[in-house]
Design a binder for this molecule. Structure first.
Ligand code: 4NP
Length: 171
């Protein structure tokens, strides 16, 4: 008897902040690059969205674009969108940048999917709980976002590999 070929499952990660123009597009760009670097794009997909609707359709903030480019991440072509109900079904990990965003997600998410909601920095050893909103900060705020996001995304990627694709771990 022949069995149908197994479709490779794809783990989907949604990075969530307030506006989807500073922190979550940065996390989106960093995670995407890490996924590409490890040639895991067949297995893991990342997207980003905001809990708010003010910036729908907008490019990332220029300061976020510049800071990211300084470390080799190209995020200028991303466009802001708002979290929608289908996201709670579709994504496996919905990762909030701070407690306010996490609370918003918890309020909107059906009970069956609540366990998908976490803070991104739960995957970090930095001692920080949240990625601080850099919107009203200077350039150093955007560098801190990158520092925190890079460290957490590295751990997150290892976690997803261990949890879902242990055969793909090189170490
Ligand atoms: P983000 O930053 O949530 O990291 O995209 C913000 C962007 C815009 C605003 C607040 C935070 N805003 O108030 O418009």
């Amino acid at each position: 008897m022949h069995s149908a070929p197994q479709k490779t499952p794809v783990i989907q990660v949604l990075m969530v902040c307030l506006g989807n123009i500073c922190r979550s597009p940065t996390a989106h760009g960093v995670m995407d690059k890490y996924i590409q670097n490890k040639k895991l794009d067949k297995y893991i997909r990342v997207d980003s969205a905001g809990t708010g609707d003010w910036h729908i359709g907008a490019s990332p903030d220029q300061r976020a674009v510049q800071a990211a480019a300084g470390r080799g991440y190209q995020i200028a072509s991303l466009r802001a969108r708002q979290v929608c109900q289908a996201d709670f079904e579709e994504f496996d990990y919905l990762l909030a940048m701070d407690r306010t965003n996490l609370r918003e997600l918890k309020n909107r998410c059906p009970g069956a999917h609540q366990s998908k909601l976490q803070l991104l920095l739960q995957y970090s050893n930095s001692g920080h709980e949240s990625v601080p909103d850099p919107y009203y900060s200077g350039a150093q705020g955007f560098e801190l976002v990158l520092d925190l996001v890079e460290e957490a995304c590295e751990q997150l990627l290892l976690h997803i590999q261990t949890e879902h694709y242990p055969e793909l771990r090189a170490d």
